[in-house]
Design a protein around this ligand. Structure first.
Ligand SMILES: NC(=O)c1ccc[n+]([C@@H]2O[C@H](COP(=O)([O-])OP(=O)(O)OC[C@H]3O[C@@H](n4cnc5c(N)ncnc54)[C@H](O)[C@@H]3O)[C@@H](O)[C@H]2O)c1
Ligand SMILES: O=c1ccn([C@@H]2O[C@H](COP(=O)(O)OP(=O)(O)O[C@H]3O[C@H](CO)[C@@H](O)[C@H](O)[C@H]3O)[C@@H](O)[C@H]2O)c(=O)[nH]1
Length: 447
């Protein structure tokens, strides 16, 4: 089948490469000429395991092409996937300007029947807006071409994007048109060989399903973070509590890891957007508002522990913190809404020096944080930043931080103090190695 994918970010590029891998012919369109140039040379501008090889193979075999020209992308395509960003506006609502822009451009450019598939995460009712905008532009051109607008939200996770796309739990398709549903079923059939995965529903239900999924997962994280904060105060250990509740299959072990709060380009913005939608419809989304507030508060829990620890030594001003991890989670270079950024801003504002290491997110973090005399970012060596630092904070759960050389760490740090925002280490092990250790919701152990 012939596809046009508009937007070559995490969702667009992964979808394009995976569809091409299954034998489809895919033309990707992006407004950013630098990105398109890089992709044409087989270089991928984002860090996503396995993606570059997939892009290179399909490009060299002619199934995957890149352009800045939407007309070229639409030329032979039956499906037009909209994969552009839908960031938060200052008031928390979803900024649909890129989606609207694409809809208008499609209406201005299309020459024959198209199925416009919205993969971007968009509020309920957006497909109707897209339909109206395309119709408006066609009318301006005096054309009466047929087209369809479908919702097909994406559920991949960054860091696992390729395998999530290749083996989805489900494929949600929102359309009232049986023929269109059949065509999408055929397109997705290679990703659903083990079992039937297509869930077909109305367009509005599909748009809502995406928000419901992300809000459910965000709720689980805020819930366990709340439990962790209570555990700390009552002398319980959240690690044991997680094992205890996770064993109940109705609860499960997944997505109940406490930590530094959820970040990324999806949960924070999608929870806020659904809150806005509910409020616009005169409904107070009490639970979602709490999920969001608990998360904002959680991002400051670790900096709070650091400040409390150094309070007895005259505060954090002039002290140096070594920080492991800048990305919002492991296996990505994405720092959008990353808890590490909130932490760095809070601590450097209080006069603390921060020396940070991340295996891949150094450049994106530097760009997001801008100039800051109190911040130094090192992308080469997790141990080098420890030398002479007053403490270490671990913020992202990269594998290389899970089993570090504690002896070497102890020699390099000025004092053996670890603030563990991901509960990677055991309090008993840390105490045995002579570290003062502060996790999230852990039972204190005397060193
Ligand atoms: N990142 C994820 O893990 C993820 C997962 C599921 C769903 N989503 C949703 O998918 C959408 C895209 O997210 P992303 O993270 O891939 O975004 P992104 O910011 O990584 O990429 C968006 C791309 O769209 C391009 N673009 C913007 N306007 C354009 C236009 N008019 N024509 C062509 N290209 C244009 C940008 O240049 C950019 O390369 C969002 O709605 C997001 O919420 C993201
Ligand atoms: O038990 C957990 C699980 C996750 N997180 C944090 O939650 C955030 C989001 O993690 P994750 O969901 O793994 O990454 P995303 O790439 O943001 O993926 C989410 O957002 C995407 C965009 O909508 C969806 O497609 C995915 O299904 C959904 O998992 C990160 O900061 C994680 O550290 C926790 O704190 N505890």
């Amino acid at each position: 089948m012939n596809l046009c994918i508009v937007g070559t970010g995490y969702v667009g590029l992964v979808s394009a490469a995976c569809f091409a891998e299954m034998g489809n012919t895919v033309c990707c369109v992006d407004v950013n000429p630098k990105v398109v140039d890089m992709l044409r040379q087989g270089k991928v501008h984002i860090y996503e395991p396995g993606l570059e090889q997939l892009v290179q193979r399909n490009t060299s075999e002619g199934r995957l092409t890149f352009t800045t020209d939407l007309a070229e992308g639409l030329e032979n395509a039956l499906f037009v996937f909209v994969c552009v960003g839908t960031p938060s506006r200052a008031d928390g609502s979803c900024d649909l300007s890129y989606v609207h822009q694409v809809a208008r451009q499609v209406g201005q450019t299309m020459k024959d029947y198209k199925i416009v598939v919205d993969k971007s995460t968009v509020p309920v009712g957006t497909a109707d807006q897209v339909k109206a905008l395309i119709g408006e532009e066609l009318a301006r051109r005096g054309l009466d071409l047929e087209f369809d607008v479908v919702s097909n939200p994406e559920f991949l996770k960054e860091g696992d994007a390729v395998s999530d796309f290749m083996k989805p739990d489900r494929v949600v398709v929102g359309t009232e048109n049986v023929r269109t549903a059949k065509l999408l079923e055929a397109l997705y059939a290679p990703f659903a060989r083990s079992r039937d995965k297509l869930v077909v529903m109305g367009v509005r239900s599909a748009e809502m399903t995406k928000y419901a999924a992300n809000c459910m997962l965000a709720t689980k994280i805020s819930f366990i973070n709340e439990i962790a904060n209570i555990c700390e105060r009552v002398g319980a250990d959240v690690r044991d509590v997680r094992m205890g509740i996770g064993s109940d299959s109705r609860i499960g072990y997944h997505f109940i890891y406490p930590g530094v709060g959820y970040g990324g380009s999806c949960f924070p913005k999608d929870v806020k957007a659904l809150i806005r939608t509910a409020r616009e419809h005169d409904f107070t989304p009490q639970l979602l508002e709490s999920v969001d507030e608990v998360n904002d508060r959680q991002k400051l829990v670790l900096p709070g522990k650091i400040r409390a620890y150094f309070a007895e030594q005259g505060g954090v001003e002039g002290k140096t913190l070594a920080l492991w991890g800048l990305a919002f989670k492991a296996s990505t270079d994405d720092v959008r809404e990353a808890p590490a950024l909130a932490m760095i801003r809070a601590l450097t504002a209080a006069g603390m020096r921060v020396r940070a290491f991340d295996p891949v997110a150094g450049a994106t973090a530097r760009q997001a944080l801008g100039e800051n005399d109190l911040l130094e970012i090192n992308g080469k060596d997790q141990y080098a930043i420890l030398e002479g630092a007053d403490a270490l904070a671990v913020v992202t759960e990269w594998n290389q931080f899970r089993n570090p050389d504690f002896g070497r760490m102890k020699k390099l740090l000025k004092a053996p103090i670890v603030f563990d925002g991901r509960n990677l280490y055991q309090p008993e092990t840390m105490a045995a190695n002579g570290f003062a250790y502060f996790g999230i919701g852990r039972k204190p152990v005397a060193s």
